[in-house]
Design a protein around this ligand. Structure first.
Ligand code: FES
Length: 304
């Protein structure tokens, strides 16, 4: 897991952090909540939209070659979108349930400024491995991190004139995910239409690359978090990325648990003291299938 340290500076953070799905979430690694000073406007930040839809349209017509060859071995392409499950909306009523699909969200993937322009980057979002790279025009693209030929990881390949080249047999893919070069192809033979990559939609917002994980539901731009403070003139960015040796859910649970601070962090900074441990009250201000939000309250039955 990786996390961006100054993410904690934003005032909206408590709400964001507490807004975690109330259902059981899949395992996550390398999820990178980040920001940077490369602030962009709402209209500028969706500059990948057009290209993604042309890629997605193409991908829908084809299936990975390896899947056709080896049958059920790589069935994830079709099962990825079946991620919905029921979540309980109210702890006091088992009847208030709603469907929640974790793929129908944007997830922070990487700092835009840190995406290399000379090599593909392998990242993991929940249990999905993706490859992120800049094509010959500097456009950031994202695909499933496996070659449709023999399933090699494309992130271990290289960029060749803006095309993504698999390290195993040298198949090359253009920005639409279509295979355009197979070195071993006999002269005159056509590249199978099914030799194409599975695309993921990514967008650049406030200096962060966000990824939409659903292939079943069209992306919803309104779901990309917008951090007002980041957009203010003079906002100082000191973004860094920390790799942590555990799942993101561990840290989120920790950050949602202020009761531990006086004890666990006793004298480890300028404010935490174990004698300050006391009852903490919170008011739940929002509860939906996506999770809940709360804020400190003077008194409340919700005791942490
Ligand atoms: S596995 Fe990628 S080209 Fe063969």
């Amino acid at each position: 897991m990786a996390i961006l340290q100054p993410f904690f500076c934003d005032k909206s953070l408590p709400k964001i952090l507490n807004f975690s799905p109330t259902c059981t979430t899949p395992k996550v690694t390398n999820l990178v909540p980040t920001k940077s000073k490369d602030l962009v406007s709402r209209s500028e930040k969706h500059n990948h939209k057009k290209s993604y839809f042309s890629v997605r349209k193409h991908w829908k017509k084809c299936h990975a070659v390896a899947e056709e060859i080896i049958g059920g071995l790589s069935s994830s392409a079709s099962s990825d979108d079946e991620q919905g499950e029921s979540v309980i909306l109210s702890p006091s009523s088992q009847d208030e349930v709603a469907e929640y699909d974790w793929t129908e969200e944007w997830y922070p993937l990487y700092l835009t400024k840190n995406v290399p322009d000379d090599a593909p980057l392998g990242l993991t979002v929940f249990d999905k491995q993706v490859v992120l790279y800049r094509d010959g025009n500097g456009e950031i693209l994202c695909f499933e991190d496996r070659c449709p030929h023999r399933l090699a990881k494309l992130s271990e390949g290289q960029l060749f004139d803006g095309r993504l080249e698999c390290l195993y047999h040298g198949w090359q893919y253009d920005g639409s995910g279509k295979c355009v070069t197979i070195p071993q192809l006999p002269t005159g033979a056509k590249i199978p239409l099914s030799a194409c990559l599975k695309p993921y939609e990514v967008r650049d917002s406030q200096g962060v690359i966000w990824i939409w994980m659903s292939h079943k539901t069209p992306s919803n731009a309104k779901k990309i978090p917008w951090f007002e403070n980041f957009a203010k003139p003079g906002f100082r960015d000191i973004s860094t990325i920390h790799e942590l040796p555990y799942d993101h859910s561990i840290l989120l649970e920790n950050l949602m648990d202020p009761a531990h601070v006086p004890i666990s962090h006793d004298r480890t900074d300028f404010t935490a003291k174990r004698e300050d441990a006391t009852a903490l009250f919170f008011e739940v201000t929002e509860r939906t299938a996506r999770g809940f939000a709360d804020r400190p309250a003077k008194e409340n039955p919700c005791l942490l």
